[in-house]
Design a protein around this ligand. Structure first.
Ligand code: FE2
Length: 369
């Protein structure tokens, strides 16, 4: 979900976004972004917001048309929702690109070493993700595209791994630093499997890896920053694309192996220090979201804000009490002590993927005003 240029949009990878009424959450219908997208054009579900692009925020997103070779379309929008950059690039091979990372000058993708067998998908026997095969003998390719559309697309080989999500990226001393959640195989679950009966010992586990891409030599160095199973990284929005300090992730309760997400981890990328909180054994978590404390006049207004000055929002499914979901709110500076507030819903929320937060208020009093 994004709220940008006055539109609330639900994004998916296959085609145009759906627009929703932000007051009622009613679906209005497919939205072609003022004619930018043709019928069926892809517009990915992982846009990034550059906090300062020539003095204003920019929404950066992409669309993939995958095949024997794949086409990546890149779009940039100003705060009014008007497109300010649009360019298209062809990359060799089948590209399964779920997410991107940005820096002030580059858009970065990780092209997983996978092949796609389209026949069962076209015949309607399987979903697209079930037709993907991971090739552990081929390198993973890091694809770097200049955001201004000038200059060549560059490819950098690294060890085989599978990536859905990136934490962040930045430029430093002629290198690109890219932090991504990496699996040693494609983390699929066999079709028809009952999720409550999954043997997690046979599900690939993820780690947070840091890639340092040397733009002169073309070499890629790799470090493991978090060994614990992790997903859904989030950070202060002002630090997207910049050298940053604090990262927050959904994590498993145990230190090793694959498992459902039950915890929240804060990682200090400068010192390596970690804060951890877990809802185990009967609480199950989803994607955390960092929300920065608004800079109000009087409370340190005008001073540089601490990077962890804000809150983490986290959906928790409470299996112990009544099968209801809670919205847990953490002080981002003190994750260890657990939530500082919980909003208890009257029902559960189906286990999902991503959400977003906007400080724009859509209460009924505004709708009727
Ligand atoms: Fe995602």
């Amino acid at each position: 979900m994004i709220y940008w240029g006055g539109k609330l949009l639900a994004l998916w990878e296959a085609a145009e976004p759906h627009r929703l009424n932000p007051y009622t959450l009613e679906t209005i219908g497919l939205d072609n972004l003022d004619g930018l997208l043709k019928k069926g054009d892809a517009f990915a579900a992982h846009p990034k917001v550059d906090p300062d692009c020539q003095g204003e925020m920019r929404l950066v997103n992409f669309g993939i048309k995958a095949g024997l070779s794949s086409t990546i379309s890149l779009f940039e929008f100003n705060p009014k929702g008007e497109v300010v950059h649009q360019h298209r690039h062809t990359v060799p091979g089948f590209a399964f690109l779920h997410d991107c990372a940005i820096t002030p000058n580059y858009c970065i993708f990780v092209q997983n070493p996978v092949s796609f067998n389209p026949l069962p998908f076209v015949m309607g026997f399987k979903g697209a993700a079930e037709c993907i095969r991971f090739n552990a003998h081929k390198p993973t390719k890091i694809v770097v595209i200049p955001r201004n559309g000038q200059g060549e697309v560059r490819f950098f080989d690294t060890d085989p791994c599978f990536v859905f999500h990136h934490a962040n990226a930045y430029e430093e001393d002629g290198k690109l630093v890219l932090d991504s959640i990496c699996y040693d195989n494609f983390p699929s679950i066999d079709e028809g499997t009952d999720y409550s009966e999954i043997d997690f010992d046979h599900v690939p586990a993820s780690q947070l890896w840091r890639f340092r891409i040397d733009l002169s030599s073309g070499s890629v160095a790799k470090d493991v920053l978090i060994e614990r199973y992790c997903e859904f990284p989030t950070l202060h929005p002002h630090d997207v694309g910049r050298n940053y300090r604090y990262l927050y992730l959904g994590v498993a309760h145990g230190k090793t192996g694959s498992a459902p997400l039950q915890g929240l981890l804060k990682k200090d990328m400068k010192t390596g220090a970690e804060q951890f909180w877990s809802a185990a054994p009967r609480g199950f978590s989803g994607e955390p979201l960092f929300v920065a404390r608004p800079q109000m006049k009087g409370h340190g207004y005008g001073q540089k804000q601490e990077e962890d000055d804000g809150w983490i929002l986290l959906w928790l499914y409470n299996a112990a009490s009544s099968g209801r979901t809670e919205l847990a709110i953490f002080d981002a500076q003190n994750i260890n002590s657990g939530p500082i507030a919980k909003l208890n819903l009257r029902h559960h929320i189906p286990y999902g993927l991503h959400g977003s937060f906007t400080s724009t208020y859509f209460g009924p009093d505004v709708a009727s005003a």
